[in-house]
Design a protein. Structure first.
Length: 541
């Protein structure tokens, strides 16, 4: 290993007395050399993000270091205090957070946010700082940087926001970069670009990288060493090839098994009349560039059919139109033209009371359950809002809500709790319960497992299968990960640039993918290296 830059010995972090376990971290040892990339892997709650927070001195209130040391180049960071750590953060250690939209200030242009670190930690003049901001935006591969530096976070795509977050982290050229799930919610193409960027940063800057992830395809692509965590403890660590090919711990083997491509068992195709039919859907978005407006095609002649009890996967990269399609099916945005029929009734012709009466029949589970729950309302109040609005008696609605909590694997006490008391996987279970309380015929799940680790993903997919069988649901499952789609779906519809480029039964699509975009999505599941190779072949042909 290279000369040690970061040395963590016997680190234990104690949780509040009300927590499910005593320690978030227990007796953790980590060594990271200069210019090395170490991947920390584990499921939600394993302690991997707490490890990053402890290094940065950013543990939440009530969570305290009980024992151990965290040394950066021989200095114990735990002894520096809050003022000392303010000098370290940004200048010597920088963080790239999982959700750049939440990490960036929505009221400030991105250029000003990069400049803030330069003002705090350097003696550069204003003109020199501006030049540095433009240099950083160029370095991370963003276009038209003079104009983009004036943009606000909401005006950028997910991949662009992640590049801005990386530019902010690089501003003062720190020696250690902590990337916490920096690629987890990105599509395959963007994930490859961000991982390539992290590798280039290591080569160019000689920077050590601590990459926190739940995705073993990321580990295969970039890691030199791997550290596997569970319940706050290190269960395995070693060279990447050894851990991936000959894991010693049963837990590591279970994580690897959860990432393998496991197609859903073939089922007898439904013969009933379709419950949902969409035909020739067209939608354009308008973007303003100065005084000019430009049309961007989001949907271009999309057709689909969904039968009772069937699961249809809609797969594509960011910008392919899949989330626009989901919102169009639920009448959450207007279409330019097309037809959507639910149980034979034309949705696009309905309005007012007629549309409200039909809305319970088609419900949605959104990608980010944290954003779709009101943090100031108890879970019980949130669950009851829909049934009460439809005229269900409160006693009946509450009885059913508690039953659905049990069905999705949560305790009855969840009814009285607030959203912040739950993990990401638990909040997604709550979102599923809320949608199902409306007794829908069709459930639309939009990227509902994209930010979850492999084991929690598998649990949510099993839950959806079980509830579908119990309730006879028709399910539309939207994802950028074809590997996830084939585990759950009977048929898969692949979208690219607003069009359906392939529509086939899952087994047929895996055995003989016809379209280059489908082949690239399959390669993406094998890992960024396979994706990049397939993309290169596609471009040359």
């Amino acid at each position: 290993m290279n000369e040690s830059l970061l040395s963590i010995r016997g680190l234990s972090v104690r949780l509040p007395a009300s927590a499910e376990r005593e320690h978030a971290l227990h007796d953790v040892d980590v060594q990271l050399g200069r210019g090395e990339l170490l991947c920390v892997v584990g499921e939600s709650g394993s302690g991997k993000s707490t490890l990053g927070a402890a290094i940065l001195g950013l543990l939440p209130a009530g969570v305290t270091v009980a024992a151990g040391s965290v040394q950066l180049d021989g200095r114990d960071l735990l002894r520096l205090g809050s003022r000392g750590m303010r000098d370290i953060r940004g200048r010597e250690i920088a963080l790239v957070a999982q959700d750049p939209l939440a990490a960036l200030n929505p009221l400030q242009p991105v250029g000003a946010q990069i400049d803030e670190g330069l003002r705090l930690h350097t003696a550069l003049r204003r003109s020199e700082r501006l030049a540095r901001v433009l240099e950083l935006l160029n370095y991370v591969g963003l276009p038209r940087v003079e104009r983009l530096r004036r943009a606000y976070p909401f005006q950028l795509s997910g991949g662009q926001r992640q590049r801005v977050a990386i530019a902010m982290a690089l501003a003062c050229e720190p020696r250690l970069l902590i990337a916490d799930e920096a690629t987890s919610a990105l599509d395959a193409a963007t994930r490859v670009q961000i991982l390539d960027l992290l590798q280039r940063i290591r080569r160019d800057k000689g920077m050590a990288v601590l990459l926190i992830t739940h995705d073993f395809s990321v580990v295969r692509a970039v890691a030199e060493r791997v550290l596997v965590m569970r319940d706050g403890m290190v269960v395995e660590q070693g060279e990447c090839q050894q851990v991936l090919e000959n894991p010693r711990a049963d837990y590591t083997r279970s994580l690897l098994a959860a990432t393998r491509l496991q197609p859903r068992s073939a089922r007898q195709p439904a013969v009933a009349e379709p419950v949902l039919v969409a035909h020739d859907l067209h939608k354009r978005h308008w973007q303003r560039h100065g005084l000019r407006r430009q049309a961007v095609t989001a949907l271009d002649g999309v057709d689909l059919q969904l039968r009772p009890g069937e699961t249809l996967g809609i797969v594509g990269e960011s910008g392919s139109g899949k989330s626009t399609l989901a919102r169009a099916l639920l009448r959450l945005l207007p279409l330019d033209r097309g037809s959507i029929r639910l149980d034979g009734r034309e949705l696009l012709s309905l309005g007012g009371r007629s549309l409200r009466a039909l809305r319970p029949q088609i419900q949605m589970v959104f990608q980010d359950p944290s954003a779709s729950f009101n943090p100031r309302r108890r879970i019980g109040d949130t669950l009851l809002a829909g049934p009460l609005a439809q005229g269900v008696e409160r006693a009946v609605a509450e009885r059913e809500a508690r039953q659905y909590l049990q069905w999705v694997g949560l305790p009855a006490s969840a009814f009285e709790a607030y959203p912040h008391a739950f993990s990401g996987g638990q909040r997604q279970r709550l979102a599923i319960a809320r949608a199902l309380l409306m007794k829908p015929r069709v459930l639309v799940a939009d990227e509902c497992v994209s930010a979850l680790d492999a084991l929690v993903q598998a649990q949510i997919l099993e839950l959806l299968e079980r509830l579908q069988a119990k309730l006879g649901l028709a399910l539309i499952f939207i994802t950028h990960d074809l590997g996830v789609a084939v585990r759950l779906c009977d048929r898969v519809l692949v979208m690219h640039q607003g069009q359906v480029v392939e529509n086939a039964a899952t087994g047929e699509l895996l055995a003989s993918p016809r379209h280059p975009q489908t082949r690239m999505l399959l390669a993406a599941h094998a890992g960024p290296a396979a994706f990049a190779a397939t993309a290169a072949v596609t471009e040359t042909t």
